[in-house]
Structures are given as C-alpha cells and as structure tokens.
Design a protein around this ligand. Structure first.
Ligand SMILES: [Zn+2]
Length: 385
C-alpha cells in the first residue's frame, strides 16, 4: 500500500507553507545545549512548543523524555521518536548560522532536525491521523547514555506500540532496519606518578595503555574486513599532566561493534582476557568497566515497514539505502515493535561543531515522514481489522 500520487502535491504544498516554522524550530532547538545527561533545558523548550501546538497530553517522564500524545481513536499507538541529546558540551558555542542554502551549527542535523520534525508533524497531519500518535524525544542516546530514555519508555509505556519511526537529521534515503551490536568499555590505569627521574615511579600508565591499544588492534586485525561486520575503535585516551611528570593515570574508551552477536561476544572476551593479562603483569593499577551494551537486532529486508518506506522513497524519487544503524531503534525492535530509522536531509560534518544541512533537501525529508506515517498507519489498521 502507498500514499496516492494525488496526495503528494497537496502535502508538498502544505510542507512548503510550513517551512518558516520548521526553520525557526530548528534554530531555536539547536541553540539550547543538550549534552547527554544534561538535556533538561532542551526538553523544556520542546515540551513548551508541544503545549503551544495544543497537543492533548504533554509531559516529561522521570528520565527526562518529552512525551506528546495525541489520541483521537482507539487504535494501536504509532510512535515517532528523535533523541534530545548531542555530543557537544555546554562550553561549545551553539550559535546557528543560516542562509538560503545551508544551516550550520553543532547538532543541527544530529538531532535538532529530528526534534523540529516532531513539532512539524503536529502542524502537518490532521488531528485524526494517525489517530493515536506518540511523539517522543528521548534522553541518553549519545556517548555513555546507553539509550536510557528509549529503554525507560519501552519498559514503562502502558500500550503496545504498533510501529515506530526513529528520526535522524542526516542521511536522506537511509532505512536503518537493523542495528549493529555495541559494547563500550572504559579502561583505567593508575600509578604513583611523580618526578621523571628523581622518583622511582615504576611503569608509565600512558605507555601501558598505548601497548594495550596496539595489542587490541592486533587481535582486531585477525577479523575479516568485510563480512561479518566488526569494528573496534579506541575512541579516546586521556591522562597525564606535563612533560616532566610521570602520569598518575591514563584512561581509554574503547568501542566494539558487530553485526553478529557471537562475533561481538567473542571479540569482547578476547579483549577482556588481554586486559586481564595486562592487569596481572603490570605494576600499575589497571581496571576496566563495561559502560554500555546494545544488542544486535533488526527487521528482515522484506518486512512490511521497510517495504512501505521504500515505496514512499520511490514515489519521491529518493534512493533508498537499506543498512545497519546503531540507534534507539534496536530497543524497540527487541521489544517486538517494528521500527526503522530514517534520515531527514542531506548534510555534512556530523558530530563536528560546523555540522551543516542542505536546506534544499528538507522538504523531501518532511514529505517522506508525513507520507510514511499515513501509509504505514493504513497498513497497520488493515492488519488489525
Ligand atoms: Zn543521532
């Protein structure tokens, strides 16, 4: 099933008329910092905006998620979600620049555009469409967040959701229908530190961590570069204080991703074993902690939800790119809720302070979401009737 060709031009016109609202929401939201675990200012701005749009029920839940619920019919709820948090801390200048072609600034695409789109859905869809609509802005998606907002929502929301669309600003055309598994580990070393040559300081923690990184990559290099997908990333090292001080500590943030659970677990075990060996043989204190774990999960390529989005794409002449993602969708899918992540615009420099979005792609991105909500909801209703 698909949205009729006749409806597309009408929707396109409506979206074009709403453009200034979308852009002003996008700029306003982007300029409120929302680092992971500190999203409350942005959550308030969004909740107020939903209230101004007269959504029946708007609230912020105990983990900081914003939930806007519009219910006119007793049908299974349809959920659209976007994450509130960004990778930028409060010290970063959050000023947004906008001209005729481009909007730029930290987090404009990841994921302020997703949040602004939640608001635009309220304006663009009639009240009784889809009939039972949840617009959800979640906390704790980036960094060490461990998808806490989505986990809380899925566990505590009282009704079974019919399907979910996760919105991400970047990658118009993407249909992420399965998720790579992820394990994030933090490794910490500590020594007595001290003066470079006056103190008997023992091993240098930075040197220990550097050797450990080299050995981890030696293990990683044994894995094939194509299938199965496996990635290891030493994402951050920090420690030490000056040229002439033996560091008191050094920390490493390490991420493992894979598309097969067994491969991810095996690689994780090998790395943990290596860390144990280092722990036993070095004179520095060495400890590790698993910070987050996301399961490998997904919908088959021929799932109705994937097919509906593909069909919308072909009507809008957007090239579909089906593949993996690693976002909140895996939590919904694990709970048995059909979910895909879609991209809203073409952009560059994700997770950089000069992140940018191409304004000419916004209209099609919006049209995709509105059309998908209409057609997927029709499909859902038919399945339940
Ligand atoms: Zn994102």
């Amino acid at each position: 099933m698909s949205i009729g060709d006749l409806e597309i031009p009408t929707l396109r016109e409506k979206i074009a008329r709403d453009r200034m609202n979308l852009l002003s929401d996008l700029v306003n939201i982007s300029q409120v910092p929302a680092p992971t675990f500190d999203e409350s200012d942005r959550a308030e701005v969004l909740a107020d905006a939903f209230k101004r749009l007269h959504v029946d029920t708007v609230y912020i839940d105990p983990v900081g998620n914003v939930i806007a619920h519009r219910k006119t019919r007793n049908t299974p709820p349809v959920c659209v979600t976007a994450h509130l948090d960004t990778v930028f801390d409060r010290s970063v200048n959050h000023t947004v620049q906008i001209d005729d072609r481009v909007v730029s600034g930290p987090g404009v695409g990841d994921n302020s555009l997703g949040l602004a789109t939640l608001l635009s859905i309220v304006r663009l869809l009639p009240e009784d469409e889809p009939g039972n609509l949840i617009l959800l802005a979640t906390t704790g998606t980036e960094g060490r967040g461990n998808l806490q907002g989505t986990r809380y929502f899925v566990k505590n929301f009282e009704q079974q959701v019919g399907f979910t669309l996760c919105l991400e600003g970047h990658g118009l055309g993407r249909i992420d229908h399965w998720s790579l598994g992820t394990i994030r580990i933090q490794i910490k070393t500590e020594s007595q530190g001290g003066h470079v040559w006056r103190d008997k300081t023992g091993e240098n923690p930075i040197r220990v961590i550097s050797q450990l990184v080299t050995d981890i990559y030696r293990i990683y290099d044994e894995y094939p570069s194509e299938k199965p997908f496996v990635f290891v990333n030493a994402g951050r090292i920090r420690g030490g204080s000056s040229f002439n001080t033996v560091p008191y500590n050094c920390e490493l943030d390490l991420e493992i991703r894979a598309d097969e659970t067994e491969v991810m677990e095996e690689l994780n075990e090998r790395i943990i074993e290596l860390i144990q060996q280092y722990k036993e043989r070095s004179s520095v204190e060495l400890n590790y902690q698993e910070i987050t774990r996301r399961p490998v999960s997904g919908l088959p390529e021929n799932h109705w939800l994937v097919e509906e989005i593909e069909s919308i794409h072909s009507q809008l002449k957007v090239d579909s790119v089906k593949g993996p993602g690693s976002s909140d969708s895996c939590i919904f899918i694990d709970a048995g809720i059909p979910t895909v992540t879609v991209g809203l615009a073409r952009g560059h420099h994700r997770h950089h302070e000069n992140e940018r979005l191409d304004l000419s792609s916004l209209e099609t991105g919006q049209l995709q979401v509105i059309s998908a909500l209409i057609s997927c909801n029709q499909r859902l209703r038919n399945m339940h009737s």
